[in-house]
Write a protein that binds this ligand. Structure first.
Ligand SMILES: Cc1cc2nc3c(=O)[nH]c(=O)nc-3n(C[C@H](O)[C@H](O)[C@H](O)COP(=O)(O)OP(=O)(O)OC[C@H]3O[C@@H](n4cnc5c(N)ncnc54)[C@H](O)[C@@H]3O)c2cc1C
Length: 391
């Protein structure tokens, strides 16, 4: 058992079939029947929020919850300097607030760590650009500031930063254990009345007179008013069943995970050599960068080599050892911005695919609930419609 009251195996047993519970009717309007395809962090947030808002939700996951990109994510909640232009920065900033809201809504249940991130550069050319990035984000109201080495060491006493030309603290960021959070939200969605089915794969649509009647699944047909597609890198295939084009590109990412450690890191640490964070369970997760990895090599030897290099920054890596190496594929849209909303041609299929899906998932769930249940277009999502790819 964990501090959350059930372990992973218990959860799998609990949701290993079709589960359902009654939800009190809050209004006279008929409850919308919503099928969510995909049980990653995006689908889990959607299931929780839509069920809590009173919809009749069925969540279908092809294998088991949090088995896609979510399982292999660094899971840093942020709106830092690469989040450009302002509309996208603002969306991610709202994403941080949505996590804070969710943390207050489910006190003590979510494996979250706040405290922000620290980032620094030793190379003067990169540091000059970094100072500009900080000023730019400060002008947008982001709580980040430059500091000195002593302040960095006070925030992260167990790191050895090496040469520092510029260092900053971004204060409101955090990180989650993405797998646990997905499990908790699916369990919560179930308590709010959602049916959770896995394994259960969406295989097609049953349409009558051009409208969705039911979603075809490996567990049988499920009558539905709206299908929400939250299938990560498989979104293009499922969206195509509804005639919707969702272009993604490949973006592999490798992370090294250590066994549980005593407290070594206080927040997300972004050094010139490696980024790293410590999960609430004590495991440290580290990787080389946030772009697509140039290699997909996941051998233990390469992971040990990487930890040796990263031990220049966190000397404790010399003795932590490697628990596992993960290779994940980011659900990265072709233009690198989220694809969220109804396509231009229909209001019975709703697409949700994005990189930064950890940062954005609670917010996207709120906004999707407004769009699907209330019929109101949410302004922060306006730049991210599927229609920009002519669908
Ligand atoms: C290395 C790496 C680092 C990352 N770092 C960060 C970060 O620091 N911060 C951040 O915000 N984001 C980060 N991301 C991105 C983030 O992890 C993803 O955007 C997010 O996990 C996507 O969640 P999802 O639920 O959309 O997709 P997934 O987790 O992939 O879930 C989709 C699910 O759909 C299921 N599925 C597929 N087809 C079907 C079907 N036909 N029927 C039913 N189910 C189906 C799959 O089995 C899968 O479980 C990172 C990703 C990677 C790989």
């Amino acid at each position: 058992m964990t501090s959350h009251g059930f372990d992973r195996r218990t959860l799998l047993r609990l949701f290993g079939g079709v589960a359902s519970a009654a939800v009190p009717r809050l209004s006279a309007a008929p409850r919308q029947r919503i099928v969510i395809a995909g049980g990653g962090i995006v689908g889990a947030n959607l299931a929780y929020r839509l069920a809590k808002r009173g919809a009749a939700v069925t969540l279908l996951e092809r294998t088991r919850p949090a088995s896609g990109a979510t399982a292999n994510s660094f899971a840093w909640i942020n709106s830092t300097y690469s989040k450009q232009p302002f509309a996208y920065f603002h969306l991610n900033r709202l994403g941080i607030e949505a996590w804070q809201h969710l943390d207050r809504e489910l006190p003590g249940e979510l494996p979250l760590r706040w405290g922000g991130s620290v980032e620094w550069y030793g190379d003067e050319t990169r540091a000059a650009r970094f100072r500009e990035e900080i000023r730019h984000h400060q002008a947008w109201g982001y709580p980040a500031h430059l500091m000195d080495e002593a302040a960095l060491r006070a925030l992260e006493p167990r790191i050895e930063p090496g040469a520092i030309a510029a260092v900053a603290h971004a204060e409101i960021e955090g990180s989650v254990d993405p797998v646990r959070v997905t499990e908790v939200l699916i369990e919560r969605a179930h308590r709010e009345g959602a049916r959770v089915i896995y394994p259960g794969e969406v295989t097609g649509l049953d349409e009558r007179n051009g409208r969705l009647r039911a979603v075809r699944t490996s567990a049988g047909d499920v009558e539905s008013d709206v299908l929400v597609v939250a299938c990560g890198t498989d979104t293009p295939r499922v969206a195509a069943m509804a005639g919707v084009r969702v272009p993604l590109k490949d973006s592999p990412g490798i992370l090294v995970h250590t066994p549980p450690q005593p407290r070594l890191l206080e927040r997300v640490v972004l050094s010139p050599i490696a980024h790293m964070k410590q999960k609430p369970d004590g495991r440290i997760v580290t990787g080389a960068g946030f772009g697509g990895s140039p290699t997909t090599e996941t051998s233990r030897e390469s992971a040990e080599r990487f930890l040796k290099t990263a031990s220049q920054v966190l000397p404790a890596f010399a003795r932590t050892g490697v628990e596992k190496v993960t290779l994940g594929w980011r659900p990265l849209p072709q233009d690198e911005f989220p694809i969220i909303g109804f396509p231009a041609t229909r209001r019975d299929v709703y697409i949700t695919v994005m990189h930064s899906g950890v940062t954005l998932s609670p917010l996207v769930a709120h906004l999707a609930a407004i769009e699907i249940l209330d019929g109101v277009d949410a302004e922060p999502l306006a730049p991210y419609r599927p229609a920009r790819f002519n669908t």
